[in-house]
Write a protein that binds this ligand. Sequence first.
Ligand code: NZQ
Ligand code: ZN
Length: 388
Amino acid sequence: MLGNFTYCNPTKLYFGKNALDGLKEELPKYGNNVLLVYGGGSVKKNGIYDKVVKILQENGKAIHEDGGVMPNPTVEKLNEGIARAKAAKADLILAVGGGSVCDYAKALSVSVHCNDDAWDKYFIRFEEPDCDLIPVGCVLTMVGTGSEMNGGSVITNHAQKLKIGHVFGEKVFPKFSVLNPEFTYTLPKYQMVAGIYDIMSHILEQYFSGTDDNTSDYIMEGLLRSLIHSANIAVENPTDYEARSNIMWTATWALNTLVAKGKTTDWMVHMLGQAVGAYTDATHGMTLSAVSLPYYRYILADGLDKFARFAVNVWGVRSEGKTKEQIANDGLQAMEAWMKKIGLVMRISELGANEEMLEGIVKSTLVMDGGYKVFDRNDIRAVLKASL
Ligand code: NZQ
Ligand code: ZN
C-alpha cells in the first residue's frame, strides 16, 4: 500500500541542445553578484565555461570565480568557498560541472549565512538550515548523481575518514538546471560508465525494498530497461545523442525524489560505497559497482520475490521450469555480465581498498533500515570482504 506523502519538486529544467538559452531567462531573476563554481578545468577545455561567461557578461553580472572543486568535494574546500562567497556577497551560486560541483554549490548555499560550523551542523548533526539561503543554479556536464534536481549534497572529511550526504528539503534544490546532453560528450569513458552505474544504483536502492504493489516499482523497471538499452549504445558510440539524452533524463528521474514516494527505500549500497570512498577517494559510481553484487547476493534470500521479479522484468530472464532462487540468481548473473561488458569496476581492491583498511571502512559505514535486511557490523564486514 502506498504510504502518505507530499510531493513537490521546485527545480525548473531546461533540457536539450539549446538548454543553455534557459540561463538567459533565469539570470534576470537574481542579483548582480554571481559566484561561478566549477571543477578542475574540464569546462575550460571543452568551451562550456566560455559560453556561460559570455551569457553572464551579456546580462551585466559581476562574476566571482570559485574553481577547483574536486571530485568528492572536501570540507576544507567548502570552508574556503564559504569565505569566498561571503566576500563576493553572492546573490546566485552558478554550478557548472558534475555532481561534485552541484553538491558543493548546495553546501555553500546553506552555509554562507550560517554561523555554525557547516560540517558539524549539516553532515554530523543532520540539521536543516535555519539561515538565509543563496539560490543555486546548475549547468550540468556529468550525468549520474541527480544532483541537478534534488537536495542531496555529499561532502568528504578526509581527517575524520567520513563521506556523508545530507538530503536537504525542497528549498535547497537548485532553482533551475540546464541539461544539454552534448555537454557530456567530452566525459572520459570511465566517468561516463561510472555515472551510468550511479543511475542504476539510485534506482535499485529504491526498488529493492518493500513487498507491496507500488506504481514506483513499475516506473523504475521502465527506467532500468531504458538505461540498460541506452548504455549499450553509448558505450559503443558516445556521441549518439538519443542514447546520451535518454541517459541524462533517466538520471534525473532516478533521484529527483518521485520514485521514492510512498515506499520504503534501502541505500545500503551507497552507505558501503561512501565508506569505501572516504578511504580511497575513488569515483563514486565505481565504489557502488564494486560493492553491489556482493551486497545483493548477501540479501537475496531476504528479498527473494523482488529479486525474481527484477530478473524477469528488467533482464528478461525466462522463468519456466526454474525455482525462484534460480530465477533471482540468473537476474544477478545477467546484471554482472552487463556490468563487466560496459567496463565497471567489480572489486573494491581495484579502487585501492585493502585488508588493512577493512575495519576502518566497516566502522565508517552508516546503517540504514529500509531494505530487506538491517545490517550489523558483521554483515557489513562480510559484504566488504566479498567485494575485496
Ligand atoms: O573537475 P573537472 O575538471 O570538471 O572534471 C570532472 C571530474 O574529474 C569530470 N567531468 C565532469 N564533466 C565533464 C568532465 N570531464 C570532461 N567533460 C565533461 N563534460 O568528471 C569527473 C567527475 O566529476 P564529478 O562531478 O565528481 O562526478 P559526479 O557527477 O559523479 O559527482 C560525484 C559526487 O556526487 C556525489 C558523490 O558522492 C560524489 O561526491 N553524489 C551526489 C548525490 C546527490 N546530490 O544526490 C547522490 C549520489 O549518490 C552521489 O553520492
Ligand atoms: Zn549515487
